[in-house]
Design a protein around this ligand. Structure first.
Ligand code: FES
Length: 106
């Protein structure tokens, strides 16, 4: 199925240094603004489902708030090794509207 972009938030709702949980269809996505760059990944940590939007962001990676697994926001890969990954979604900013792809990057 071709992916479409779904409007999820305004730019003002996700200022630099913040994150937000948004819905694309029925899927929870963690949206991050890291120094002006927007990233979107699956909100559920593959370990035990921790909410990644509530994690700590440093150096382009997010650390899960539950047990500290850490994922690269650009690739979704675990930073400590190729043990697990989360889906990554393309993000568009048009005017002040942030949209996220309905399908993950392959
Ligand atoms: S649920 Fe994320 S590290 Fe355990």
């Amino acid at each position: 199925m071709p992916s479409t972009f779904v409007a999820v938030a305004t730019h003002q709702e996700v200022p630099p240094g913040s994150s937000k949980t948004v819905l694309v269809g029925e899927r929870e996505i963690a949206l991050f603004n890291v120094a002006g760059t927007l990233y979107a990944i699956d909100n559920f940590c593959p370990h035990q489902g921790g909410p990644l939007a509530d994690g700590w962001v440093q150096g382009g990676a997010v650390t899960c708030p539950w047990h500290a697994w850490c994922f690269d926001l650009r690739t979704g890969k675990m930073t400590l090794g190729d043990l697990a990954r989360v889906d990554v979604f393309d993000v568009q900013l048009e005017g002040s509207t942030i949209s996220i792809s309905s399908e993950p990057r392959t």
